[in-house]
Design a protein. Sequence first.
Lengths: 635, 269
Amino acid sequence: MASNNLKIAIVGGGLAGLAAAMKIAEAGHDVDLISVVPVKRSHSVCAQGGINGAVNTKGEGDSPAKHLDDTVYGGDFLANQTPVKQMCDMAPSIIYLFDRMGVPFSRTQEGLLDFRRFGGTLHHRTAFAGASTGQQLLYALDDQVRKWEAAGKVNKYEGWEMLSLVLDDHQVCRGLIAMNLQTLELKAFKADAVIMATGGPGLIFGKSTNSMTCTGSAVSACYQQGARYANGEFIQVHPTSIPGEDKLRLMSESARGEGGRVWVPRDPADARSPKEIPDAERWYFLEEKYPAYGNLVPRDIATREIFQVCLEGHGVGGKNQVYLDLTHIPAETLTRKLGAILEIYEMFVGDDPRYVPMRIFPGVHYSMGGLWVDFEQRTNIPGLFAAGECDYSIHGANRLGANSLVSCVYGGFTAAPSAIEYAKNVERGTTETNGLYDDEVKRQQEINDQIVRNEGSENQYKIHEEMGKWMTDNVTVVRYNDRLQQTDAKLLELIDRFQRISINDSNLWATQAVPHARQLWNMLQLARVITLGALNRNESRGAHYKPDFPDRNDDEWLKTTIAEYAEEAPVFSYEPVDISIIEPRKRDYSKGKAKAAQVPQPGSELKQTGREETWEKQGRVREGESFKELDDAKQ
Amino acid sequence: MSTTNGTGHIEKKRLDNPPKSIKIKIQRRANEKAEPRWETFEIPYRRNLNVISALMEIRKNPVTIEGKQTTPPVWDMSCLEQVCGICTMVINGRVRQSCSALIDDLLIATGGDTVTLEPMSKFPNVRDLKVDRSRMFDHLKQVHAWIELDGTYDLGPGPHISNETAQERYAYSRCMTCGCCLEACPQYHEDNYIGPQAIAQARLYNMHPTGRISMEDRLNGLLGDDGITNCGNAQNCVQVCPMSIPLTRAIYETNRDVTLNALFGWLRK
């Protein structure tokens, strides 16, 4: 039924969720915005380095086509190229919009936007606001959405956590159930469409660079209700994080972008302080192995090299740490360009990185995988959309630095009109909905009641720690099939032990024990998707590396992993990758990037990998130049 | 806590003889109406503990120093990098973020083995160390802390801005709405003064060439009794701001704009 005044629910108020909210409100529709924390405190604030867009203001001949090539190449050709192209084309206008919204981007002498270099590219393509670009972009969007909130178009539900979708008997999404984190009250949110924008699942790995809200819980709930989860095994481990007791704190790639050098003493037993070690006795292993990109190789490569160097006993002091050295750069320059991130290091470690080389080690950072979406951000559940880190669409097997912010905004800007279009045109028919919401609230309430009633001997925080340790040890930088199998067995054990947890909190007002238990269950389910996806994929590609299968294998594995929930274990299937614009070629950063075999041409023929007939088709089939919903084809 | 030696090289001061265990004394409330009470917990000392990791340790098995099983303490946390502002509380009498409060530094400062945690007092309590700061976001509505766009479609880049202005604005734009300035301000109570946080955000947008066009809307939001007037110039705000935002400068410059607008604003009409 066509309608002028639609209600769209958005889950998550980071960059992607706020971008979508702003577009929907501007189009005159109503938004319910559901977020576990006040949206201004979302994880987007942690993004430090910048936002990519090929504006070519430095006279380097940069273009969206080159941005596309860098992104697809950096992602080891696993990303569908059409949405990547759409994003790269939109990127300059996204940056200019944020400029108009008042983001205090760094400027050139002429008063224009300044751009810096980042990993995986040879161009100055990254706009930045000091070293807290994500914070600045989020605040600008938060302020714009607040204007819509004051105008009554956006209703925020901050301190609410989504528990499940409301699906009608045609498996169409009609809204969601969320829990008030103070009262534990459950509420049904009716909506014409739902957009998931909940970010990544870093907490599955225990300690990561993610915020404590990044559990992936709501996305896992969607998965357990039938949403497809794609490329889960692709987890980016950031090369440079600061090990901590409570989390791993990110040291931004911009430290390398501004000239930071990674090294270890040539003699592992060298106990001198780093400043006393002469240049000739330092091993700048990234510069040595990758002369063209040096310290700015993409993240997966930098991570593996640092990991390997430490594994072979070359880490500083024999420990899992290498130097990230900025001390050759004038302190004043560092303060101006990197002040905020250097403050983080000094605050949590104590040493001043302008004078003492930092000690860093890789840490789990980003999920390239996420909810399966088509090229309009639609999931396989009608009425359910996804944007930002929680969808799988842009980054393939590895994400380039400063592409996350742009992909969040692109996702939000694409999901919003897509959701509006869907909601305007959907035929509701005669499906009875009243009982639907009550039934789902009741089902969720029963799960909560069971958790509160449980009086077992297991401790949920210890189960979380065990999951994190197993996942970090076995499902991150280097993966072996036997250990992946053992990890899945461990996850099954933890799922079993979960049934016997006791929440240890007799006061249910604002308790964090019940929400954590709900999150933990969902994390365990998603952990299996990640682990088994990695087990199945017998090749090395981007962030997924198996020493027993060290090469990329396009003949067998140039395909997207799709997991669907089943009680016993996730069911996996595969679908072809859209390689319609750039022919896959070997990824090699040891010299300047090989020129793209095929320059993007508007309207060029979609190139097929030609193997889809052997794969179980999921969600879409090719029809000429466009993908079409399989569901439509069936009808 | 750092010391500077002759070369300008800044080294961390470390605890020489750390205790075997440390005590965390927490002000508890079962809910917003409940009377506060104190509970003390003891955990093993480790290097590099911060207040958050101490609280996480306690949460796993909440037993007081007297051996009494109790409820797990409730507090807010998210980024743990001091950019989201959510984990703010009063630590050893001073308002700050708990993620960046290192146990070593706290023990060095007091010379003891106990760290005291209280919730912020200027906001409604939810439970234990968790408070409700939603009124800070309402302040931002009051001062129209945004730019009025014609639309979010592609209209090309924004105005030219000098890097100096961009950097000055950047300092204000780092405000994470943590509430330290309001907690420390002797003038800030419910409705008698909007406080430094929102004034700095008004200043942020008034300094922007486009934002300046709608400056009057922002200044009008600061005119009433609940606006800028009741700043008592105690300057506590700049002392406690974790982002080193020049709050008193924002107050001074915005107050000047409010006065000029009141005196001469009618000339533009």
